[in-house]
Ligand binder design. Structure first.
Ligand code: C2O
Ligand code: CU
Ligand code: CU
Length: 428
């Protein structure tokens, strides 16, 4: 996207029609009338202002996912921008380089509004990262992966609309689509040179989890997570992404021959849901990029410094009385404050689950301390979303810095979120 002036972006939410399936028109709601929304490029430490104009018929809320944002610009779910209204969101971005994304966050309606197209990339860059010599420019590619289902006329009706009887029960697990889109295109193809590429993978699906792998069996070198660079690169054959998680990987197409076709596959899906996209190696090109052995410093947060340990139980409460998803037994209620961390404090949050829930915290990037009591292998990484698998206990550690005020913690399965699996914490 082009800024309207330095550091300022205008985003107009609009109903539009786009071609996703060949020859068919798909009605969407898009930032700038596009799906995905325009990619916003920003710099660490430089304030970016997004002016949101709601040209839709429903209220919306803008949230910068992964942003270290003051509360009035964080997109609290009831902080609505009404149809026809405009609002400036200010992002000071006192945070390191990372692949963030922005999306709608309206209470009870995030699932349908994101499904219709309200999501886009927001890339934060900084000099430390730029000095590393990683693949850049044309070889630095954000890939937004999400699933949708289409009707015969090309529309993508959202099946789980709130308020319709029986709908909550039918979509307790979340809404899945049968077509995998990458940057809004079904199973696309990308022509690449025999060179290294940085792929910024984002799972923007409402509810689907992916297990990504290359059809060649070759490695993808993980260099960054939700909160930016890892301490050191990790070669991986598979990358698992729950909803809202990001992984940045380097793929060296220099290891392939001209004419080779390499598929990005989803090992967690079958048939059409196993296909994500295809790379076609079609040329030689000079490549002076590198993958340094040390990427960044990620200091381990010390659990002995934690002021408190809090419990958050992600659980389906009363399946009988209508069904819903709860945190510590409560459905989301904007009037209820579940926790009051003190500004500057380190805290440990112990997250427990019944079934799988990708848990996301606003404001604070965290580190995973333990999974079912075991410390994860390798150095710590900064995350803003962690997948709780079935019946797991995951301890995370974070420090609440920067801003006092109200934020949310929630399940990023968007149907679970809309079915009230969300809680407010207030930094005091
Ligand atoms: Cu990506 Cu509270 O959300
Ligand atoms: Cu968020
Ligand atoms: Cu969930």
């Amino acid at each position: 996207a082009k800024p309207s002036s330095p550091g300022h972006y205008d985003l107009v939410e609009q109903a539009a029609e786009v071609e996703i399936l060949p020859g068919l028109r798909t009605p969407i709601w898009g930032y700038g009338g596009q799906f995905p929304g325009p990619t916003i490029e920003a710099r660490s430490g430089e304030t970016t202002v997004v002016r949101l104009s709601n040209g839709l018929t429903q209220p919306t809320v803008l949230h910068l996912h992964g942003g270290h944002t003051p509360p009035e610009s964080d997109g609290y779910p009831t902080d609505l921008v009404q149809p026809g209204a405009r609002r400036d969101y200010t992002f000071p971005l006192r945070q390191r380089a990372a692949t963030l994304w922005y999306h709608d966050h309206r209470m009870d309606y995030t699932g349908p509004q994101v499904w219709r197209g309200l999501a886009g990339f927001f890339l934060v860059r900084d000099p430390a990262e730029e000095a590393l010599g990683l693949p850049a420019g044309e070889r630095d590619i954000p890939l937004m992966i999400c699933d949708r289902s289409f009707a015969e006329d090309g529309s993508m009706p959202y099946p789980g609309l709130p308020g319709k009887p029986g709908v909550r029960e039918a979509y307790m697990g979340g809404v899945l689509g049968d077509v995998i889109l990458v940057n809004g295109a079904p199973w696309p193809q990308l022509r690449v040179a025999r060179a290294r590429y940085r792929l910024r993978l984002l799972n923007a699906s409402n509810a689907r989890t992916y297990e990504l792998a290359l059809s060649s069996g070759g490695p993808m070198v993980r260099i960054a997570s939700d909160g930016g660079l890892l301490a050191a690169p990790i070669a991986a054959k598979q990358v698992r992404l729950a909803p809202a998680e990001r992984a940045e990987v380097i793929v060296d197409f220099g290891a392939y021959r001209i004419g080779d076709q390499i598929e990005l596959r989803n090992l967690a899906g079958e048939g059409p849901q196993a296909k994500v996209m295809r790379f076609v190696v079609d040329r030689d090109e000079a490549d002076d990029s590198t993958i340094p052995r040390v990427l960044s410093e990620v200091a381990r947060l010390d659990p002995s410094k934690a002021a408190v340990t809090r419990d958050f139980d992600f659980n389906s409460g009363t399946m009988h009385g209508g069904g819903g998803w709860l945190i510590n037994g409560n459905p989301f209620d904007p009037k209820r404050i579940e926790a009051r961390p003190k500004l500057g404090d380190i805290e440990i949050w112990r997250l427990t689950s019944d079934v799988a829930h990708p848990v996301h915290l606003h404001l604070a990037q965290f580190q995973v301390l333990s999974v079912n009591g075991e410390r994860p292998a390798g150095p710590p990484e900064w995350k803003d979303t962690v997948e709780l698998r079935d019946a797991q206990t995951v301890e995370i550690i974070t420090r609440f810095t920067g801003y006092r005020g109200r934020y949310v913690v929630h399940c990023h399965n968007l149907e679970h979120e809309d079915m009230a699996m969300m809680a407010t914490f207030e930094v005091v």
